[in-house]
Design a binder for this molecule. Sequence first.
Ligand code: SF4
Length: 654
Amino acid sequence: METVKSICPFCGVGCGVELYVESSTIIRLSPVKEHVVSRGHLCGKGTLAYEPIFAWDRLTYPLKKVKGEHIRISWEIAIKEIASKLKEIIQQYGSDAIAFYGGCQNTLEEDYLMQKLARAMGTNNIDSCARVCHDPSATALKEMVGIGASSVSVEMIPRMKVVVITGESITESHPVLSQYLTEAKKNGTKLIVIDPRVTGTAKFSDLHLRLRPGTDIALFNAIGNYLIENSLIDEKFIKERVIGFEEYAKGVSKYELEYAEKVTGVRRENIKKFAELIAQKGVIFSWGLGLTQSSGVNGVRAYINLALLTGNIGKNGGLLVFRGQTNVQGSGDLLKPDKFPNGTMDEENAKKLAEIWNFLPPTKPGLSVTEALLRDNNIRAIIFMGFNPLISLPNREKVERKLKSLDLLVVIDAFMTETASLAHYVLPAAVWAEKEGSVTNLDRLVKWRFKTIDPPGEAKPDYEILKKLAEELGYNFSSDPKEIFEEIKKVVPLYSNLTLDEIMDYSTNSRYPNHEIYLYDEKFYTETNKAKLIFVEQPEVKNGIILITVRNVTRYNTDVITGRIPGYGKYESLIYISNEDALELKIRDNEEVLVTSECGKMNFRVMISKDVQKGTAIMYMHDPKVNYIICDELDEITKTPKYKYTEIKIMKLN
Ligand code: SF4
């Protein structure tokens, strides 16, 4: 029996897996003991990750929609027709009428190739699903400390005095990281959870600040003010390494504890207790989508301010972002419509890229995937790579209208997803174990996936599909992942110090930029080498019941893959509400109700839960019906949807 090492295809922990192959079939999977992050652990979902590879409904040949039906065509015809349609659309409407949107399921090399092809065709309309989750984190981190990624690695967790987890439940979303929390608790680390819900992680926390949704900024500003007023800040650190203190202090001075208590619902004694706990060295501030998908970039800025005020950066602590998908950090590093992979989108960087690419990329910023599908624009053709926006984006009816209005919709995927069913062309893709390439996890660890088996039928790795399309369009790009990785190193400064040997060795710390397990001990990677405090205001808070989407430990994103794990079955639509709201609305457990929001309505079955607080409702993000009622309110800066901040009404049906 042959064994091949790879990386779990699901969450951003990126656990190491060992696949056992017999007669071209993977018969089981086990954890890689020496993997620097997962350390011989896997969660239940990861242990079954190989099963969907052999699902009966894998796509095995290219399809074209003819008279409403998908029919089989050859690769040659598919690529020729797609290329010719793209050229026709560019001729008629210009290059910015086409767009390429990739998935964080893809490797760094595939993402890199996709943006290169889009730019060769004259557009910056490229993006990844990092847009819908942690782009607010990457944006705030980049401007405040220099790199849009976690500053600390997970192995720092057990060394800390305090770990703050905001808007994230590790036990449900990143289960393998629970080992670090358990170790930390044994070492006496205090665990603080900030979340409206009683999550699995909140249940074993030392302090749970159960704030109202969308009030994060009020809470963080009041804590900042309390730290300043009570001389709990690190004055030396601020003086030497931070800019913007006066403006920040002036801004937060009106955020008194009394106001914060009223707005957030968190008792002032607990706010004080929190402030006092973080006013020591050895604190990690970590967060997940609960922060980014409700308060956006400003919420993340307000939170990072606390780490800077207390000097908890470098070996003293830092910032840890719980990212959702295996390569979401990498996709966000490479695929941005307003940035080049080598930095800001300007003439100088365009010229540097032209020296390597042999063509000059355009410098007009492109459209993000949320702008492309949820706002007015002139896009006529979209190629999606491992992305199912019909289910994952908010305001499903609006997304469907846009997708149906396109002159050309191409979906590259392993399964007939809901988005693929609308496509003019569907191209069958190889999945993670059927190809090779690298991925970047949530704490900047870059690792290589080794090819284990061949893809079924005529399915191909995305890098080969992109190469074929590029060739038909007249571009000669390498599709060899190792060659592409070497090119990424030349282009993207963060990756320049890594070698193929070290990313292929699972026991090596191959974190970018310089193998550091913590960043910024001596300097920040900003223009001034100093960090920046940024004051932001708490916006008006929504009333009524606020719907929050969360993860289920057995599911993964739009459930395309986990829905095909035998035994997991199909997802059942449920809405969880508090006992208090159920009593007020006279709704019983298990009863069907009508849920309405500004953009839609839908029936759901109710579950009454003591873990849900009054004025909030919980649904799983994997539910195919949830985005009928989540509206397309976007973060002003990053255009990230506010999935965790929709005002709804719940009505009894009879
Ligand atoms: Fe896979 Fe995440 Fe589970 Fe690890 S924690 S096995 S990466 S799903």
